[in-house]
Design a binder for this molecule. Structure first.
Ligand SMILES: [Fe+2]
Length: 165
């Protein structure tokens, strides 16, 4: 039984790595385009750094289990991320759509790390500290997005009003 949990944990860690790669690509694209929203840009850049560390943690975890991450899977997913950002780029309310998408993405990541923590326990593998740290970073980012949703919307409104004037 522990072996099955270990197998699922390896799959889950690989999926999480691809997920973080996707997050990295999304935030790289977005941070290049959020100069009108310096607070958002700064938080994106901070979370981008955290995301790079999260990928390293996942790589370490996979290595400790004698596995590696799948570059092919990472590439396929990041292509999707780029297409999603491009679609938002063409819309005037890009900042809002990206904020909603990031909100959803952070909650997806939170769920993924909670699931990995459950598998870790069953597999008897000691990756909890790393996974918990990443989980808390995702939770802080999700909270930040939630806390700033109103301000970003009102900022967007005043940009639009200035353009219309
Ligand atoms: Fe994240």
């Amino acid at each position: 039984m522990a072996n099955k949990a270990r197998d699922l944990l390896i799959v889950g860690l690989r999926n999480a790595h691809a997920m973080e790669r996707q997050a990295q690509e999304l935030m790289e694209r977005q941070s290049e385009r959020t100069s009108d929203y310096p607070e958002v840009k700064q938080r994106l850049l901070q979370h981008l750094e955290e995301t790079r560390l999260q990928m390293k943690r996942l790589e370490r975890g996979l290595e400790s289990l004698g596995a590696s991450h799948s570059t092919l899977k990472d590439t396929a997913l990041s292509l999707g991320a780029n297409l999603a950002t491009m679609a938002h780029t063409m819309a005037g309310d890009e900042i809002l759509k990206n904020t909603f998408a990031n909100n959803a993405f952070e909650h997806y990541e939170i769920a993924a790390y909670k699931s990995l923590l459950a598998l870790c326990q069953k597999a008897g593998v000691n990756l909890q500290a790393d996974l918990q740290e990443s989980l808390e970073e995702e939770e802080r980012m999700a909270q930040w997005i939630d806390d700033h949703l109103r301000a970003v919307t009102l900022q967007y409104l005043s940009h639009e009003e200035r353009q219309a004037a």
